[in-house]
Structure formats: C-alpha cells, structure tokens
Design a protein around this ligand. Structure first.
Ligand code: ARG
Ligand code: ZN
Ligand code: CA
Length: 249
C-alpha cells in the first residue's frame, strides 16, 4: 500500500424508539468522520501533547475516511450486546453494505458499559465492521448532540477502527503482554483516565507506558497518537493476499 488509502464508510444508526436522542444527527456523524481524518493523518491538534520521548515514533497512518451512506432504523431493543445481532436482519438489525470495500459502522446501544467493539481482519464479511454506542460517536467539540463525557471526542471510533485495522490493545491483553508492535513499550495493563507521564511498568524504565496511544483505554482527551510500528502492522493487511486487500486500489 503506497500513499493515502481512502476508506468509504457506511453508517447504520439503530435507535430505541423511546430514546430519540439515540438517533444521532448527520452533523454528529460527520464530526466523527472529521476526527477520524485528523487522527489517522496525524493532524489532530493534540498531537503536540505527545511526550518528546515518543515524538519520533508518532505516525501519520495515511488513512482517510469518506462518508458513503447513512441509514436509520427505529427499534424496540434497548441493549444490543456484543454478539452481532445489530448486523442481522433476522434479529432486527441491519446487514452491512458492500463489506469487502466499505467500512460498516453500526451505531446502537451495546449495554454492559461497553463503548464499542470491532471485528479484526480475516473474519466473516457479513459481520465485518465496528459497533459504537450513540453517546460515544462524534465529537462534542465539533457538533452538538448526544454525548457521554469523557468519551465525547470521537476516540472510541479511532480505537475500534484501530482493531479493524489489525491493531491489538497496547498492553497485549495480558500482564506485560505483547501487542505485536515493537515500538510500543511493553506495559503491565490498560490505563484509564489521564495518567501522569511517565508511568513505568514491566521494566519499561526509559519512557514508561505509551498510555497516550489510541489503543490504550485512557480518556478521549488523553489519547492522541499511533506509532510507526502500528502503521506498518495496519497497512500490511491491504497488501496483495492480505485480509483487506479488496479495499486497496
Ligand atoms: N472497547 C473499549 C470499551 O468499550 C473502547 C475504549 C475506547 N476508549 C476511549 N477513550 N474512547 O471499553
Ligand atoms: Zn479495544
Ligand atoms: Ca509493543
């Protein structure tokens, strides 16, 4: 993959009829596309907050996102869970549009305190894409709407699309685990809130955890970078024979 890859996005809004705010506005949806295009091109304004120890590995991922379609559906469901029911008409959900060439995003309340979840590359096309709760989609700094601070700046989609692009959690989902990226320091576990730099764990005594990485669990205002290693790993899936080669030109 050479240069910038633009990924078309289909957004499916599934809202509870009794909670009309879940039917988020076009402006709130567009604000999310704006955040994604900033975060994935290293033009987010908070990139300046990256500690100097990590500045040399902060990456321009060279992905852009183009809103291709929005559809909306009223439902009696209150919480959709994480078993992909929202992606299936047989369960009252909405099937993906052209999932081998389009990133599908379902906006619906997941429940259980889950902000969003994603399917990694290599899974079934019928369930491919990401799911995000309506309060965690878009940015309250760009468009008014229905939001849940401190997850109101659009970084849940940045994080979930990171998974869709093959990125693991930065702590490797284990104690001092491995995220298969060399330039993200091994860290003990997920971080929450807004930690103070440096936070040293797992013997990463030089600069500590890269807790400001989008693939940690910190607050939206406290995550603002991908690394060069994450860029290499994510872009590899678009190579010929790779699991998302059908998205590449
Ligand atoms: N899958 C994670 C969750 O539901 C998403 C975390 C996103 N973090 C954020 N700062 N927006 O908990
Ligand atoms: Zn995650
Ligand atoms: Ca690592």
């Amino acid at each position: 993959l050479v240069g910038v890859l633009t990924i078309p996005v289909a957004v499916h809004v599934i809202y509870n009829s009794s909670i009309p705010q879940e039917n988020i506005s076009d402006a709130q949806i567009q604000s999310q596309i704006t955040v994604l295009n900033r975060d994935y091109s290293k033009t987010n304004t908070d990139i300046t907050k990256v500690p100097s120890a990590f500045a040399s590995v902060a990456s321009n991922m060279q992905f852009q996102f183009r809103l291709a379609s929005i559809d909306r559906k009223a439902s009696a469901m209150t919480s959709w869970g994480t078993s992909d029911a929202m992606k299936k008409t047989s369960y009252g959900g909405v099937a993906p549009i052209s999932p081998t060439t389009t990133l599908n995003i379902w906006i619906c309340n997941i429940g259980g305190g889950v902000l969003g979840y994603a399917q990694f590359p290599g899974g079934a096309a019928a369930t491919d894409g990401v799911v995000i709760g309506p309060k965690y989609f878009g940015s309250s700094s760009i468009a008014s709407g229905y939001y849940g601070a401190p997850f109101d700046k659009g970084r849940t989609a940045t994080h979930e699309i990171g998974h869709w692009l093959n990125l693991r959690h930065i702590w490797g989902d284990a104690s001092c685990g491995n995220d298969l990226v060399a330039d993200t320091p091994t860290q003990s576990t997920s971080n929450f809130g807004c930690p103070a730099f440096p936070r040293k764990t797992c013997g990463n005594t030089t600069s500590g955890d890269m807790f400001m990485n989008y693939m940690d669990y910190t607050d939206d205002l406290c995550m603002f970078m991908f690394s060069e290693g994450q860029k290499t790993r994510s872009r590899a899936i678009f190579s010929p024979g790779g699991p998302r080669a059908s998205f590449a030109p």
